[in-house]
Design a protein around this ligand. Structure first.
Ligand code: GUN
Length: 285
């Protein structure tokens, strides 16, 4: 193994340090940050993610509210919960955990969250602001990936970043984030669908590969140029075991690589907390 590790646990502790000060400043103004989650059904990985989000809130002194609905919830019942959260002054922001059961219209649900409380940055209005280059809130995993690279001193300007996967939670908003007119982000960005037959031709051209396909081991050592940076963002569960999009062999050729555990995941959670703090600050403005 030659690659250095992109350590999400360390990087998230750096982010949390800054957040603690902001949370304290809000407390002195009489505001306790409030974050809610809505979990529909009993998908075990989703339940574990939600539990971790509440543990993070407890660690930082954020009030968290845990809404749980059965897998057979109707659209009307779910929209009623969303409406309740939109009106609840204790809750500065919240998320509806994805994926949702097949009978639920995900677009309608994401659109029903009032944009100012959209901690995920997945409301069409917030995605629209990101497209326009003036985001108020950025989706947590893309924001976490950029911060993870930044905190490890991995420069992006001038680099060719290849994103594998174009899903709404990672690949697509990440491409928009990397296209922002901001110092530190001036990269050439390619988005490739994971089933493009010549995937390897694209990844071999990359200085930075970000795998967001949710396809375990899709990025193997032979697809990576020597000393490229490789970030595994897509996740799949086999029972309780978390599988990465990045095969272990990649560490032999990459200069930096995320570990199977403790890479992007902790950064997603840190950015969720950051968006929650920003939402509480914005409520005072
Ligand atoms: N499930 C997997 N990723 C995400 C995310 O970013 N937000 C929500 N709400 N659910 C998810």
């Amino acid at each position: 193994m030659s690659a250095r590790v992109l350590d999400g646990n360390w990087a998230s502790s750096q982010v949390k340090m800054g957040l603690r000060e902001r949370i304290q400043a809000l407390k002195t103004r009489g505001v306790t940050v409030g974050l809610a989650t809505v979990l529909v059904g009993d998908d075990p990985p989703s339940a574990r993610y939600v539990a971790m989000k509440h543990a993070d809130c407890a660690e930082l002194g954020i009030d968290s509210f845990d809404y749980r609905l059965g897998a057979d919830v109707t659209m009307a019942e779910l929209l009623a919960t969303i409406s309740e959260l939109n009106d609840d002054d204790r809750v500065h922001s919240y998320l509806v955990q994805l994926p949702l059961p097949a009978h639920i219209d995900q677009e309608m649900v994401l659109s029903a969250v009032t944009p100012a409380k959209d901690v995920d940055g997945l409301h069409p209005y917030n995605l629209g602001l990101l497209t326009l280059g003036e985001p108020k809130v950025v989706a947590c995993t893309p924001a976490g990936i950029v911060e993870l690279l930044n905190l490890h001193g991995v420069d992006l300007p001038g680099k060719h970043v290849v994103i594998v996967g174009r899903g709404v939670t990672i690949g697509r908003p990440l491409a928009l984030l990397l296209a922002l007119n901001r110092p530190g982000l001036n990269a050439a960005v390619t988005v490739v669908h994971s089933r493009v037959p010549s995937l390897v031709d694209h990844t071999r051209e990359a200085d930075v590969i970000i795998a967001a396909a949710g396809s375990p081991g899709i990025i193997t050592a032979d697809m990576v140029r020597k000393d490229a940076v490789v970030v595994g963002a897509g996740t799949t569960f086999a029972g309780r075991t978390l599988l990465s999009d990045v095969d272990d062999s990649v560490a032999e050729v990459a200069s930096w690589v995320t570990p199977r555990l403790g890479g992007v995941g902790p950064m997603t959670r840190a950015m969720l907390l950051s968006n929650a703090v920003s939402a509480a600050e914005a409520s005072l403005a």
